[in-house]
Design a binder for this molecule. Sequence first.
Ligand SMILES: [Zn+2]
Ligand SMILES: [Zn+2]
Length: 130
Amino acid sequence: MHCYNHQTKEAIGLCRHCFKGLCQECCQKNEDFLVCSENCAQKVSEIEEMNERAKNIYGIGKYASKRHFPLSVVLYLCMGVLFISLGVSDLILYHVSLSNYDIFFISFGVLCLLFSLLAWRRTSKIGIIL
Ligand SMILES: [Zn+2]
Ligand SMILES: [Zn+2]
């Protein structure tokens, strides 16, 4: 394979981004890979950064140990417990029978618990930690 810019010279490697053959003269050494231009170096570092963020989100490699319970699930769970206990304590303390407030609080709490379950099922299916 010959250099993309110098047809007579033998290529020593490929640009990491555009995969053009590069000779010694044409390649810019960039950390541990070859690139043909600043533009390609920029593109490569963008892709590397994207990969790194994706690994963090999906809990891959060094981020595997960082895996935790998704925040949305915890949030909905807390809201559910809070509203149900508000409704129930209001019912116990001030009312003998169910008032509209109690019904609202308890049903909203149940809804939150349902959202929590849905969020948990969804995140565990996709594998995203958010
Ligand atoms: Zn290139
Ligand atoms: Zn060249």
